[in-house]
Design a protein around this ligand. Sequence first.
Ligand code: TXA
Ligand code: MG
Length: 324
Amino acid sequence: MTATALLDGDSDAGISAAVELLMHGAIVGVPTETVYGLAANAGIDDAVSKIFVAKGRPSTHPLILHVADIERARSVAEPWPPSAEILGTTFWPGPLTLLVRRADSVSTVVTGGRDTVAVRIPDHPVLARLLEQLARRGCVGVAAPSANTFGGVSPTTARHVLADLDGRIDAVVDGGECTVGLESTIVDCTGDVPRLLRPGGTPAEAIRSALSKFGVGFDDRTVESSSDAIAPGMLASHYAPRARVETFDDIAALEARKRQLDGEGIPTQVLPHPDDLGEYSKTLYSALRECDAAMPNVILALLPDNSGLGRAIRDRLNKASADR
Ligand code: TXA
Ligand code: MG
C-alpha cells in the first residue's frame, strides 16, 4: 500500500476526499468523541475485510457499526428492542454502543459471523458530516474498530493512528484530539434485561437511571474475561503499552513501590492521574503512550474510584496491566 494520506477534517475538501475513498472501498482512520476508529463502508465486504488485516485482528472479532441517525440504527436491527429505543433516544449521539440482533441486510463480515450487531451514533462533528454524506449516497454507515494495532493502546489523535498504521491504511481524517478519550460503553439489548458488556464513556449509573424511568432494569455486573467472552474486547490483556503496567488503589502504595524500583535502578514512569475524571479519561491513552515512549520497564498507575467514568478508567488500566 502507498503512504497514508492525512486529510483535514475541518475542510470540505478533506471530508469529500474521505467520502470518495470510503465509497470506493478504502479504509480510513476517522475521529470520534471516544477514540479514533478505522472505518470501512459497511456495505462493502472486501473493504471491511481489509480492517482485520491492517489491525492484525482476528476476523471473528465483530466491529461496531457507526450510523448517522436513529432511523438507520433501527433499520440494522431485527427486532429493535424497547430498551434500545430508550437508550438510543437518551444517549445518542454519544459514547454508547447497543448490541441488538442484526437485520439480514447487515453483513456477517461486520459482525464476525454473529447474529447480533453493535451499533452507535458517534458524537463528533467531523464524523457526523462524513456519515451524512455517505448516507446520502446510500451507505448505511461505517464499520470501525479502534484504529490501533490489535491489543495495543487506542489512538486519541490522528498522529497516534499514523504511529500505529501508517502505510497500512489509505488515509486518516484529522479531527483533533478526542474529547472523551476512552471507548464507548457497550450494552447488550438482546435479552430481557439490558446488560453492561464494557464500561466506557457513558457511566453505568446514567444508563441505570435512564432505564429505570421506564421500569426497565439493568444488569451491570462485570462480565468475566475469557477467550470467548461475549464482547471479545473484554479479553484480559488489552489496551496495553510495551512496558509492564502496575496499578494501585492508593497513592502511598504507589509511591512506596516507586521508591523500591528506584532503589533497584529499574526505570519507571508514573502515569499522570488528574483528580477530574473527565480529564483523566481524556488524557489516559496519550499519557500511556507518552510514558511508554520514555522506555521504562514499569508504568505505575493510580486507579480512580469505581464510579462514573472511574469504572471505565479502572477497567482499561487493569486490562493494560494483565499478564500477556
Ligand atoms: O468508542 C468506541 O466504541 C470505539 C469507536 C471507534 O467507536 N470503537 C471501539 O471498537 O472501541 P473496538 O472494535 O475496539 O471494540 C468494540 C468491541 C469489541 O470488543 C467487539 O468485540 C465488541 O465491541 N463487539 C462488536 N460487535 C459485537 C457483536 N456483534 N457481539 C459482541 N461484541 C461485539
Ligand atoms: Mg479496540
